[in-house]
Design a binder for this molecule. Structure first.
Ligand code: SIN
Length: 307
């Protein structure tokens, strides 16, 4: 691991309409002074967006909202997208219900570090999670900052990382029947899930212009392009361990009625499966993203490929 002991995520925003309280040096902030059950004025929303870009993951507590309110809020950031392989709620087709009853012994979804649906051609830019019911303790979610992971690399390793592209796939959905926590895998998932997509390892964030080490979890990023899984594994593991170390992370303890929004372009997250015997119910919504670009893959690579 590189010998760098002190980090700080640079936060530039200043706020007049909301109260933003950072949670950890690396990332994360709580936002206060917002009621998501009511329409948000443009100037309030602009500050929330700034807080989101600055802190990478934001939490808005004490919200009594419906899935419709959650979708309306997420839509301010962009069109919503559905999870490609998991069945969503009948009434709200953009909402995934993540629920585990207290006597259920199924695996929770997202229990390994990952960035949502990085196997998509255009992975979701952000995801929102609302806590409808939470255990008295346990069930926290961890996040880590992939900008800082890039910043920590030596100059030589940055050069190498910037030359690499990663082959992503959701192959584990091809065989799974249940997605975990009672989720159903869609019947036609198997065909789509085996498809591979190539994305740059170093990603330029389309809004901030910052570079992130876009390692997205070892379940999704399978190997480097033009390398075997065996050749790729040691370096993939190095990048993954660097990115998910404690120093670059924050951990959130949920209370009922909190809405989180994270940026999949520069973070990974992990759901802790430590609340067996308690109930947890969350609603999740994803916001459409763009095709990742970076030094190893120019912007609009898809257009260049089609030409
Ligand atoms: C996820 O989106 O990976 C689930 C996170 C959580 O349930 O805490």
């Amino acid at each position: 691991m590189p010998e760098r002991v002190s980090i700080q995520n640079i936060r530039t925003g200043s706020y007049r309409h909301i109260d933003v309280r950072p949670l950890a040096g690396a990332l994360g902030a709580e936002i206060r002074g917002v009621d998501l059950s009511k329409p948000l004025a443009d100037e309030v929303f602009a500050e929330i967006r700034q807080a989101f870009l600055d802190n990478l993951v934001v939490f808005i507590a004490d919200q009594d909202i419906t899935p419709q309110h959650q979708c309306d809020f997420a839509r301010r950031f962009g069109p919503l997208t559905r999870h490609p392989f998991l069945k969503t709620m009948e009434q709200y087709p953009e909402v995934l219900l993540l629920k585990r009853e207290k006597d259920e012994d199924v695996q929770v979804i997202g229990r390994r570090w990952h960035s949502d649906s990085s196997f998509d051609e255009r992975p979701p830019m952000g995801s929102s999670l609302y806590s409808k019911d939470v255990p008295p303790y346990g069930g926290d979610t961890l996040f880590c900052n992939l900008y800082l992971a890039y910043d920590m690399l030596s100059a030589g390793m940055k050069r190498l990382a910037e030359s690499l592209t990663v082959v992503h796939s959701a192959v584990h959905y091809a065989t799974a029947k249940a997605g975990g926590a009672g989720l159903t895998v869609l019947p036609d998932a198997a065909k789509e899930a085996v498809k591979e997509r190539v994305h740059p390892l170093v990603r330029i964030h389309p809004e901030t212009g910052r570079k992130a080490l876009w390692i997205t979890g070892l379940d999704y990023g399978r190997r480097f392009e033009d390398m075997t899984p065996e050749e790729s594994a040691p370096l993939m593991k190095f990048f993954q361990e660097l990115a998910t170390q404690e120093l670059l992370s924050c951990r959130y303890r949920w209370s009922r009625g909190t809405l989180a929004l994270w940026d999949n372009r520069c973070t990974q997250h992990l759901a802790l499966d430590d609340y067996l015997g308690f109930r947890r119910e969350m609603y999740r919504v994803e916001i459409e993203g763009d095709e990742p670009f970076g030094p190893a893959r120019p912007k609009n690579a898809a257009l260049l490929r089609a030409a």
